[in-house]
Design a protein around this ligand. Sequence first.
Ligand code: ZN
Length: 89
Amino acid sequence: MLMMKERRPAFRTIEGWARSILREAGAIQECEEHGWMKDRTDPHARERALLIAHQDPPPGVSSDDAVAAVRDVMDSIGDTCPECSPNAG
Ligand SMILES: [Zn+2]
């Protein structure tokens, strides 16, 4: 029940912002069945997300911090949905 709380345009955390950037760039994608974010392992999409973060960081955040946040989120997202994976649970 907790996982869908961040689907709104105003971001309270830089992680939420970073996730939206990654999604916009096509670097991550939601599992259609479960809603978990999956890494699409697309190097160009990642580059695009980092570029967006660098050029257009959220208010009050430096370009470097925005890029670091996008990298952090990228690292924390696996390339499979935990619930789709056969070994889950
Ligand atoms: Zn799934």
